[in-house]
Design a protein around this ligand. Structure first.
Ligand SMILES: [Zn+2]
Length: 120
């Protein structure tokens, strides 16, 4: 079976390991973002894709000058979507924490892993 993330892995810079270090719940966000970025500037290559402090981080090579703002907006949209999506299962999620670690999770995934909601 084709891994839907293979297309994203193929677009990593050759200087970096093509590791997509986020939970399954965010995969569809990445696929949407990748389609947008490909359309904005097909020369963009990924450098790192990971979760940090409960948020989605997508680092890429520098886009062409005229694509800069569109790339920023697309990444911002993906980050915003990730902050409202359980990284584990993809349902609606909010920021949770456990012992200083942060993750965006839904209530049931949080309860399974002893994470508690972070007050806004
Ligand atoms: Zn969940």
């Amino acid at each position: 079976m084709d891994d839907p993330l293979d297309g994203i892995r193929r677009r990593f810079s050759r200087l970096y390991e093509p590791i997509i270090d986020v939970g399954r719940g965010w995969h569809s966000i990445l696929i949407t973002l990748d389609a947008e970025l490909t359309e904005i500037d097909p020369t963009i290559a990924y450098v790192q894709i990971k979760e940090r402090y409960g948020g989605l981080r997508v680092y890429s090579t520098r886009p062409s000058e005229d694509a800069w703002n569109a790339v920023r907006r697309a990444k911002r949209r993906a980050q915003t979507a990730a902050l409202a999506t359980c990284e584990s299962c993809g349902r609606a999620g909010t920021m949770h924490s456990r012992l200083g670690w942060y993750r965006t999770l839904c209530g049931s995934c949080a309860a399974e892993s002893d994470y508690v909601p972070v007050p806004r």
